[in-house]
Structures are given as C-alpha cells and as structure tokens.
Design a protein around this ligand. Structure first.
Ligand code: PLP
Length: 382
C-alpha cells in the first residue's frame, strides 16, 4: 500500500469482529479470560487495547517501522523514550529542542543521573566532539521548534551507528507525510500526535515507532510499566485524524509557503524562518530528506509584538500547532517559557520571535489577517 492508502487502511480495518468501517472504540479497562490461565488477546487496557493497537499499527506503517506505541501525550512518549536509558548515561540533543522536552531533560531527568549536552546538530565534527564514553543517545528534532532548523538525519544516524548510540527523531513538525526518519537510518521516531497526526486540536497524545524487535519490546515494557499509554477514545480520535493527514499536510504546506513568501517581502519583518524558502540555511538538506516543508512559519518582527498580536483575528493566540485552525504564538513567553533565559538565548529564541501554525483556511484570508496585524496600532492608542 502507498502512504495515502495506509493512512486509511492500516491496522485491522475494517474491524474483524463487527465489520465496522470506523474502528470501534473499545472503552474498557479489562478483558474477561476464557478460563484459568487462558487470557484472550488482550487482558488489561494499559498493556494493550484493540482501538489503540489499530492506531499503533497505522503510525508504524506510516513511518516504516516494525512497531508503534501510542501514549497519553507527546511528553509521555518523550519520558518513556528517555527511560530506555539508565543513571550515568549521556544524551546529545539539539539546543532548540521543544520547550517541554528541554524541561524534562534538564530539570527532571538530570535528578536521576542522566546527563545532557545541548548543541546545534549541524556540524559533524562538533557532534563527534560531544560524544563521551557514557553517551548512549542522540536526540534530534527536524525541522526544529520554533526556528525550523534542519538537521541532516543521514549524518546523525551515521554518527550514532559509529558510536553505538541510539538515534531518536522527534518527527512531530514534519509528520511522516513529509519526512520518514527511519529511511535515513534513525532507530526511533517519536511524535506528539496532538499536532499534525490528530490535526484537529482536540487531543493530547503521543507515539513512538521502533525499528527492531528489541526496541519494540523495551518500549512496550516501559509503556506498560510506567502507564504512559493512550486512552481508547483518544486513540480513536487520532486514527480519525490520520485518515486525512495527506490532504491536510498538502494544504498546510502550500498555505505556509505562500505566507512565508508574503512575510519575506514585508517591511515590518526582520527575518523569516521556513525551510521551504530557498534562502533558508537548511533548505538543501530539507529538499533532500523531506517531500514538503510543513505548516509552521516563524519570523522576527521589527515592530511591537503585542500590537501585532492584538490586531489578528483569524490567527488565534495559542500554543500548539498542527490543527485546522491557524494559531500564532510568542515563543519566549509561551511555548518556550519553560526554558531558562540562558537556554533561550543560546537557541536564538528572542523576544521579537513569532511562530505561526498555518491552518487550513483560505490563504488569502490568512494573509489579509496578518496584514491587519501589521497595520494595527497599539491597544492603548486606539
Ligand atoms: C508538542 C510537542 C511535544 C510534546 O507533546 P504534547 O502532546 O504536548 O505532550 C514534543 N515535541 C514536539 C516537537 C512538540 O511540538
């Protein structure tokens, strides 16, 4: 099956026991045994659940992995993945990591003896230099958040193999429709399904896709042991969202490119960050490893941030991304507020940085809305 077909038919669909074309929501905590020592296929929903399993098989098929696992949030997927490590282990991670992952790594996991080095993963020598005797994992986000930096996954996975590190790609921003990290040698792919996979801003969820039986066994052991699993209803919503993932991603990307080009020409804009622009520093690598550039556009504003945000109507001021509705946010005080000011500075997340999650609306309406923001006068002088 090809991607568009997989997004609708992967997993056991239609449902084998009822023929339901829409996967039944198996809203149960436990499953009755056939008899003494005779469990059925499922015994307890934390361990496995039929609805969740269809979602897991679908995400695994879309990413080209051997198994998938669905979690209660992107962060519970991140937490589970990092628990593959033990005290004393060291992780190399990108410096412009998702704010919540940065907080988990730097503020929480360090208390359990895991060490982190945050660097820009754009220079092979720099990465090799960061490898220590206790390094076990390399963690990548590409395109990264919020500056859309691009990391060469082939280079990272090669370094990982040479040094026997586990390579992890958080593929939330691209979605498997535009990027399949496993094709470039990554061992583990992670998602906040809250974003594009679900796509409708109505679920918090996460996923991990593995590439070997050993990794699948280890991730499932942790999911079950830590109780980080996704609920049946949430799994069903994400499955429903995935059916239209290809269509949505195409629209997100075409709208985002049009907006990036509009912003590039705007006198109130200092700089635009979108990997689909030919002058973006990561454009060549993005072109090589992705089939599209996604729906997030960031830019630096010359004028007052508050005034601009106040002038917008269609772009709602909210964190998150990947939904049908366009959103705008101020990274320094919203999505990346959990980072220390020093970490933000190092990652280039300045006070004038605005991030757009370009939705599925008519792009002309979106551009008119931005125009209204640029023309707005400060609320106090209105
Ligand atoms: C949102 C996000 C997460 C965390 O996911 P939640 O579903 O909010 O817990 C992790 N990584 C990236 C890149 C994200 O955008």
């Amino acid at each position: 099956m090809r991607f568009n077909t997989k997004s609708i038919h992967s997993g056991r669909r239609p449902d084998e026991s009822t023929g339901a074309i829409s996967t039944p929501i198996c809203q149960t905590s436990t499953f009755v045994f056939d008899g003494y020592r005779k469990p059925k296929e499922h015994d307890y929903t934390r361990t496995s659940n039929p609805t969740r399993n269809v979602l897991e098989d679908t995400i695994a098929a879309l990413e080209g992995g051997n198994a998938g696992f669905a979690f209660s949030s992107g962060m519970s997927a991140v937490a589970t993945a990092i628990h593959l490590l033990s005290a004393g282990d060291h992780v190399i991670s990108c410096d412009d990591l998702y704010g919540g992952s940065h907080r988990l790594f730097e503020q929480i996991m360090t208390r359990f003896g895991i060490e982190f080095t945050f660097i820009r993963l754009n220079d092979e020598e720099k990465i090799q230099d960061a490898v220590k005797p206790n390094t076990r994992m390399i963690w990548v986000e590409t395109p990264s958040n919020p500056l859309l930096n691009i990391t060469d996954l082939e280079m990272v996975s090669r370094i990982a193999r040479e040094n026997q590190l586990l390579s992890v790609a958080d593929n939330t921003f691209a979605s498997p429709y535009f990027l399949k990290p496993i094709n470039f040698g990554m061992d583990l792919v992670l998602h906040s399904t809250t974003k594009y996979l679900n796509g409708h801003s109505d679920v918090i969820g996460g996923a991990i896709v593995t590439t070997t039986d050993k990794l699948a066994e280890d991730v499932h052991y942790l999911l079950n042991g830590m109780g980080t699993n996704a609920a049946p209803f949430d799994s069903w919503l994400v499955l429903r969202g995935i059916k239209t993932l290809p269509l949505r991603m195409e629209r997100h990307a075409s709208n985002a490119l049009a907006i990036a080009e509009y912003l590039e020409d705007h006198p109130q804009v200092k700089e635009v960050y979108y990997p689909g622009l030919t002058d973006h520093p990561g454009h060549e690598i993005a072109r090589k490893q992705m089939t599209g550039y996604g729906g997030v556009v960031s830019f630096k504003l010359k004028s007052d941030v508050g005034t601009f945000l106040h002038g917008l109507e269609l772009f709602s001021l909210a964190e998150s991304l990947g939904g049908a509705d366009s959103l705008v946010e101020h990274a320094a005080t919203m999505s990346h507020a959990s980072m220390t000011p020093e970490a933000r500075k190092k990652a280039g997340i300045t006070e004038d940085l605005i991030r757009l999650s370009v939705g599925l609306e008519d792009v002309d309406d979106l551009i008119e809305d931005l125009d209204q923001g640029f023309k707005a006068r400060s609320p106090s002088t209105k």
